[in-house]
Ligand binder design. Sequence first.
Ligand SMILES: NC(=O)c1ccc[n+]([C@@H]2O[C@H](COP(=O)([O-])OP(=O)(O)OC[C@H]3O[C@@H](n4cnc5c(N)ncnc54)[C@H](OP(=O)(O)O)[C@@H]3O)[C@@H](O)[C@H]2O)c1
Length: 248
Amino acid sequence: MNIWITGASSGIGAELANQYAQAGHTVFVSARNATTLKAMAASSQSVSGDIIALPLDVTDNDSVLSAFEQMEQHTNALDLVILNAGYYEPVEFDELTLEHFEKTYDVNLMGVVRCLLPSLKYFSENQAGHIAIVSSVSGYRGLPKAAAYGSSKAALINMAESLKPECNANSIKLSLINPGFVKSKLTDQNEFEMPAIMETADAAKRIVDGLASNAFELSFPKRFTYWLKLLRILPYRLYFLVTAKLVK
Ligand SMILES: NC(=O)c1ccc[n+]([C@@H]2O[C@H](COP(=O)([O-])OP(=O)(O)OC[C@H]3O[C@@H](n4cnc5c(N)ncnc54)[C@H](OP(=O)(O)O)[C@@H]3O)[C@@H](O)[C@H]2O)c1
C-alpha cells in the first residue's frame, strides 16, 4: 500500500510509519520537523518498505496542497491517509486564552480539514481509498481542563460521523480512531495519573490491525474506553457529579 501519515515525526504517527514500512508498505511521512522525517526516511533503507519525507505544516493550506501534489507525483495509487497531526497543551481554567483555542482548533480541527479535502477529492475521483481520522476519547464528552482539546476532537468525531454515509456511497472507507492515553510527547506534559496508559508501539499495532478490519471506530484500550462510553450515556446530573471529582 501507499500510505500518507500526518503527525509522523513523533509518537503514534512515527510508530505507525515504522510498523507499516517494516510490513513492506511505502509511507509518506508528514509533520513540520523535516530533519526528523528525513532521518526516518534514511533509516527505512534497512526495512522492506519505504519511508518518504513530506514535510508540511497543517495550519498552512499552501504547504498541505504542495505536499499533496508532490505525493501525487511520486505515486498514482495512494491507498490510505491517516490524519494524525495533533496539538495539546494543558491549561488551567484561569489561564485560558483566545490564542490557546485558536491554535488548538487550527491544528486539530482545521489541520485535519486541510488534509482531508484533497484526500476526499483524490479518492472520490478514483472511487476507492481509505481515510482514517485520529480523534480521541476526550471528544466523547466534555472533560475538565480540556475545553479546547476535547471540543476540537469532538468536532472530528461529529465530522467523521457526518461524512461516513457519503464516503461509503463513493467507495471510500472512512475510519475514526479514538485512543485512550498513549505514551508520547503529548501525554508527557500531563502531571496527573493516566489510567491504562499504553505504550506507543502497542497503540500503533492496534491501529494497524484495526484499520485492516471493517470497524468504523477504533477505540482502545477497551478497559478504559468502555468506562468513557458509559459516561457518554449518563444524564447531566450524574455526569457532572463524576467530572466534578476531576477538578481540584
Ligand atoms: N497520546 C495520547 O494519549 C493520545 C490520545 C488520544 C488521541 N491522541 C492523538 O493522537 C495524535 C498523535 O499524538 P501523539 O500522542 O503521538 O503526540 P505527539 O508525539 O506530540 O505527535 C504529534 C504530531 O503532530 C505533529 N504536528 C503538530 N502540529 C503540527 C502542524 N502544525 N503541522 C504538521 N504536523 C504537526 C507533530 O510534529 P511536528 O512538531 O514535527 O510538526 C507530531 O508529529 C494526535 O492527534 C493526538 O491528539 C493522542
